[in-house]
Design a protein around this ligand. Structure first.
Ligand code: ZN
Length: 244
């Protein structure tokens, strides 16, 4: 499966409800409102340019809830959560990646969603589960989970010690490359983390990882891949949430 490279918005899925899921091409969204590609994306999505928010990603597990544009520099976080009932106008939040997994989580009916950046370290820290917990605490119940383009388990070669470190936190993430060398399988790891029950107060229906957009960034040269190109190019995965 190839993701077409034309246009600022590569994929868009307007769910029944108040949430749209989006993957952008490799456009410069900037970390504030300065990115040169920002207007093309916000125009395409019908969102005010200042209402597209991206955190400063630090390979951590912090998830922040946002209702208005940040007054200063974006906070350090790897997940951003939006509750439609908080909003006066549509708000888009997203994360950038070029091999790491951009993960979109949403309860479209409730208008509650999050964009999460999950790399090897985020997987080890369980940022996906932390985001699910935050979404449920904010009132979400029936969650969909959509993975964006990410390096696949057959390509993501790592030293054996690193695989062991990740596998200690999430055994399903231990993988093997096509060449038979140690690998981290972020998709398998996140799938397992989402399928596992949370604690009883925040539990809900199982969250199934939808990988229809999870094209391998290393194999598909139309996508940004840090591993392949050492690039600073990034694509982004966004959720657009409408107010009530
Ligand atoms: Zn691959």
């Amino acid at each position: 499966m190839t993701v077409p490279s034309a246009g600022p918005v590569l994929r868009e899925d307007a769910r029944a409800g108040r949430v749209r899921l989006v993957v952008t091409g490799d456009v410069d969204l900037g970390s504030s409102d300065t990115g040169a590609g920002r207007a093309a994306v916000t125009d395409a999505l019908g969102v005010a340019p200042e209402r597209l928010l991206l955190p400063r990603q630090v390979h951590g597990d912090r998830v922040v809830r946002v209702r208005d544009p940040w007054p200063g520099p974006p906070p350090e976080a790897d997940g951003v959560l939006v509750v439609g009932d908080d909003l006066a106008a549509p708000l888009a939040v997203g994360v950038r990646a070029a091999d790491c997994m951009p993960l979109l989580l949403a309860d479209p009916g409730a208008g509650i969603a999050a964009a999460v950046h999950v790399g090897r370290e985020g997987l080890r820290l369980g940022v996906a589960r932390r985001a699910v917990r935050a979404l449920r605490a904010a009132g979400a119940r029936d969650l969909l989970a959509r993975a964006g383009p990410t390096v696949c388990g057959a390509c993501y070669e790592v030293p054996d010690a690193l695989r062991a470190q990740v596998a200690a936190a999430e055994p399903a993430a231990a993988g093997v490359t096509r060449a038979g060398t140690p690998a981290v399988d972020v998709v398998a790891g996140v799938r397992a983390q989402l399928a596992a029950p949370l604690d009883e107060t925040l539990d809900g229906p199982p969250v199934e990882l939808d990988t229809r957009w999870a094209v391998c960034t290393l194999e598909d040269t139309s996508l940004a891949s840090h591993r392949r190109d050492g690039t600073s190019r990034r694509h982004a995965a966004l959720v657009v949430v409408d107010p009530a």
